[in-house]
Every structure is written in structure tokens, then in C-alpha cells.
Design a protein around this ligand. Structure first.
Ligand SMILES: [Fe+2]
Length: 525
């Protein structure tokens, strides 16, 4: 089985490399010139921007987003300064391979720093929608402003992706998507809309689920509006999975590694990420076929951006009741495993990489985009302690290593952004969460969901009182956050829609916070 998986993996890498580099493989036929339906029905996207390059994405589909068959299809692409494509910057040709669901990942290099571009794809007689993308400023550039949205958790059956219609008005440089782009579920109680298909298990299932999400016009339009930087959480594979340990929910799948590989491949096929995410897997073949999602880059002298992957390498959950797979609330007094220093959330290699990244983060804001709530959150203040073991609270020693690394390297202005909770949380990053008087090292903004449900605010006052490093929490409203960075301050604006069960819904600001550079203190703004 493992040997078979490795061969598939190697072939996948060859396809991804060939497709991204525009290398022509000896395919007999290169697709039809005429399409009966719009092959670009899933839209376009761009992502993983650097100061000189960006990834352009599309995936060609047939009627009802079904496969276009077994032939490769030649796809032309253009990048221009203007929306009319009168001033072409670069053009080229890529192959949409059936092995990668006719997805296209073009890594356009040699672009100018800090500049907006337009792009589109053409195949046969069809032309895609026009996308807008940008490069980041050069590493040594003085940058006056950076505007990022942070978003996560878009469960289809819980509502409409209307938040993205409002996000388009936010004048963003990029979107950080922090996980749960899809969910593996067949539906939900009181579903707002039906989910075609059942549990996602196979490659075909995951492809269909991504195609379903990409069919939402608001999501497509937001992808076309600016580049996205993405990481994943659990639901891109299965609820609460941990590395190669299955999570919980749904039918038993005998070969979880195969399920995860299928899910990772479908994620790659639908996201504007670099082929190197898969190429990294060459090194990982012996060690569990890694797909490299964590990354770092500078954004001028203004900021460093570090993106983490807290799913692929983590130890399994500690002390979940009944020894079951998946997460639960645990009492640290009766769970010695919880504090075992050998337990890891990021894996040893990513931890070392993060420590090195902190050591060389440089000046300005150090933005850490990760999946979940970082700060300690006791769920039963006044009645002992209880922690949810799926977030950083389930890996306190690993969290302590991160805060020690932040302190040791005197990392400049850390700003942690997160998701996963379906709740807004705003707070301070503490050197030791059990000692309120310990140093404050940075700030944290954990964002709400685009649609996914949460429990409500009944216990919020008690949670905030019992966890004073948090200054704000909300477990009702859905939407996204906008983080704006300037050399002097950062602001976080929590944007929320009225009702995710309606296609037409207003947006408003739930709360707004500011942090001055050099002073890790969240102030209402
Ligand atoms: Fe979620």
C-alpha cells in the first residue's frame, strides 16, 4: 500500500511540476477547441504573492462542473497592466492535466514589486473572467500601508458566502484564509442549503466539494479581486484529524493515509498555491508524504508574514474522553499527558523552522497567520480548569516553546491571526498564560467564521473574566477581520454580517482595535 502511494505521489509531483512550468508532456491530444459550456465556470484565483511573482489559478470543468475527460487541455494565459489587456506584461501557455482535475497553476515570475496586474485564461474559444492580483513590495522597500483580511470556516450548509461581497469593498492587498475552506460533512441539522454528495472520502468526493464552493459567485469574485494566501485546518480532510491519526465523524475509512492524500491533492488542485507545496513532498516521501503549507516572507520593511500548518504534523489529542479519536474538553489536573513536553502541534521540523524564522524576522510587524486560538482559554473559570484539546490549549508545552522563542529572539511586534473557533477573540500573547503578571509579548486576533455556526454569548462574560489576557470575545456574529498595518500602528476591524442564512445581508463593524508599534497593547479604536 505504501509503495503504491509513493508511486502515485511521484507521478503527482511530475505532473504538478510539468503543469506549473508549462513543460509540454507527450500527450496525444491537447483538448478540444470548442466547449459546450463555460470551462471556466469555477472562476479564477491568484495567490502566494512574493515581491516578483504570483500564482495564477483556474480549473477547467465541463457541464455541471464535471470532468472534461482524459485529455490534457492547452490553456493560454495573459498578464496585463490594464483590464482591457492592451498593455500585456507576459503571456504563456500551460497544460490543464486530467491527473490534476484540469487545474492550472501558473507561477508568473519577473513581475515588478508592489504593483497590481490583471490576468485571464483562454482555452479553445473560451475566455475566463478577468482577475486582479498584485505583487508585494520588495523586501527593502519602505511601505506605508498593508491591508489584509483574515477569514476561515465556510461551511456550505450553514449559510451563504455573502461576507465576500462586502469583503470586496475593503480595498485589500491580500486575503489570508486560515482553514476550513470546505467541510467533509454530508449536511447539517437545519441546513440553510443542501450539500450534494455525502461524506467526502475519495479524490472525486473532495473535488466535487471544492467545485461546489467555487460555484458561489461571491467567493469567486473575491478570489478574482486580490491574491489569497491560504493554509488549511482539519475539515479540508476530516474533523479533528491529527497528522495520520483519523479524527471523528462519518464512516470508518480503513486507509486514512489514502483519504488524506486525496484531500491534500484536491486542496492543491483548487488553491492558488505553488507547485513547490507538492515538490516538498519528495523529501517527505519517507516521512509521511509531507505537503508543505508553512511559509514565510517579508513585506517590505513593514512586516514579516509567517504562515503555519498546525494539522499535518501534530500529535494526537490528549485525554479525549473514552480514548476516542478527536477533540474534547479536558481537565489538566487529570490529564498528565496534556503537559508532556514531547507533545507537538507543529511538528519538530516546523518548530525549528519557526524558531529560525523568529530569529531572523527583522523589523516591523511579525504577522503569524495560523489556524486556531493561541491564548489559553479556561472554559470553566471559578469551577476549576477545563481546556479544549484541539487548539493550542491541547498542546501547552508546544505553545510555551513558541512564546519562549518570541521572547528569546525579541521578535518585533508579533501579531497572531487565527480562525477555527467560529468566534472572534482579541487578546494579548503572554510569556506565561498562567501568570497574568508575566510579560506581554504580542497581540492576538482570532477571527470568526464566514458561515460556520457557534455557540452564542451566554458564557462569554465569564470566559473573559476568567481569562483576562483576552479583552474581547464574541460567539454570535459571522464575517471576517481586516488587519491594516502601517509603520506606526496596526488596526483590526471585526466585520460582521447580519444573517448568513440570507443571500442579501448587510455588514457592520462589531468592534475595532488598535495596537501601536513597539507597544503590545490592544486598545479599543
Ligand atoms: Fe471550522
Amino acid at each position: 500500500m505504501a509503495e503504491h502511494a509513493s508511486i502515485d505521489r511521484r507521478r503527482l509531483l511530475a505532473w504538478a511540476g510539468a503543469s506549473a512550468a508549462g513543460v509540454w508532456l507527450p500527450f496525444a491530444a491537447l483538448g478540444q477547441a470548442r466547449f459546450r459550456t463555460d470551462p471556466f465556470a469555477l472562476g479564477v484565483a491568484s495567490g502566494s504573492p512574493l515581491h516578483d511573482s504570483v500564482v495564477l489559478w483556474t480549473r477547467l470543468v465541463g457541464a455541471a462542473t464535471q470532468s472534461l475527460g482524459n485529455d490534457a487541455i492547452a490553456v493560454r494565459w495573459e498578464v496585463a497592466h490594464d483590464e482591457q489587456f492592451a498593455r500585456i506584461v507576459q503571456r504563456g501557455q500551460a497544460q490543464a492535466l486530467p491527473e490534476l482535475a484540469h487545474s492550472v497553476h501558473v507561477e508568473v515570475a519577473g513581475l515588478e514589486p508592489d504593483r497590481w496586474y490583471f490576468y485571464r485564461f483562454m482555452a479553445g474559444d473560451a475566455t475566463s473572467a478577468v482577475g486582479r492580483t498584485r505583487t508585494f513590495p520588495a523586501p527593502d522597500a519602505l511601505v506605508q500601508k498593508l491591508r489584509l483580511a483574515y477569514a476561515s470556516c465556510q461551511r456550505w450548509e450553514h449559510g451563504y458566502f455573502s461576507a465576500y461581497r462586502h469583503m470586496r469593498e475593503e480595498n485589500l492587498d491580500a486575503v489570508l484564509f486560515l482553514g476550513d475552506y470546505i467541510y467533509e460533512y454530508p449536511g447539517a441539522v437545519n441546513a440553510v442549503r443542501a450539500t450534494p454528495g455525502g461524506w467526502t472520502i475519495t479524490l472525486a468526493d473532495y473535488r466535487d466539494r471544492y467545485a461546489l464552493h467555487k460555484s458561489e459567485p461571491e467567493l469567486q469574485a473575491m478570489h478574482a479581486a486580490c491574491p489569497w494566501i491560504v493554509t488549511w485546518d482539519d475539515h479540508e480532510v476530516q474533523n479533528d484529524y491529527a497528522a495520520l491519526n483519523p479524527g471523528s465523524g462519518g464512516p470508518d475509512v480503513p486507509d486514512f493515509a489514502a483519504r488524506r492524500t486525496a484531500a491534500y491533492q484536491a486542496f492543491y488542485e483548487h488553491m492558488p498555491v505553488r507547485a513547490s507545496a507538492l515538490t516538498q513532498a519528495v523529501r517527505g516521501l519517507q516521512a509521511g508524504a509531507e505537503t508543505r503549507m508553512y511559509s514565510r516572507q517579508r513585506i517590505g520593511r513593514l512586516a514579516s508574514l509567517i504562515v503555519l500548518d498546525d494539522r499535518q504534523y501534530r500529535d494526537r489529542h490528549a485525554c479525549t474522553a473514552g480514548g476516542k479519536a478527536g477533540s474534547g474538553n479536558v481537565d489538566p489536573a487529570s490529564c498528565t499527558l496534556l503537559n508532556d513536553p514531547s507533545r507537538t502541534l507543529l511538528g519538530a521540523a516546523q518548530e525549528r523552522w519557526l524558531d529560525a524564522s523568529f530569529a531572523s524576522a527583522g523589523p516591523g510587524w511579525t504577522i503569524v497567520a495560523q489556524q486556531t486560538l493561541f491564548g489559553q482559554r479556561n472554559l470553566t473559570p471559578g469551577q476549576g480548569r477545563s481546556f479544549w484539546n484541539d487548539g493550542w490549549d491541547g498542546y501547552p508545552a508546544a505553545r510555551q516553546r513558541v512564546t519562549e522563542s518570541l521572547a528569546r529572539h525579541q521578535v518585533s511586534d508579533p501579531v497572531l491571526l487565527g480562525g477555527d473557533m467560529h468566534e472572534n477573540w482579541v487578546g494579548h500573547v503572554k510569556a506565561d498564560y498562567n501568570k497574568p503578571e508575566s510579560a506581554t509579548l504580542g497581540v492576538e486576533f482570532c477571527g470568526t467564521s464566514i458561515t460556520s455556526r457557534s455557540g452564542g454569548n451566554k458564557r462569554m462574560a465569564s470566559w473573559l473574566a476568567g481569562n483576562p489576557h483576552f479583552v474581547f470575545g464574541d460567539s454570535e456574529r459571522k464575517g471576517y477581520g481586516v488587519a491594516e498595518f502601517t509603520p506606526k500602528q496596526m488596526t483590526a476591524t471585526l466585520r460582521v454580517v447580519d444573517d448568513v442564512t440570507k443571500r442579501e445581508t448587510r455588514i457592520e463593524t462589531l468592534a475595532r482595535f488598535a495596537v501601536e508599534a513597539g507597544r503590545p497593547r490592544v486598545e479599543a479604536a
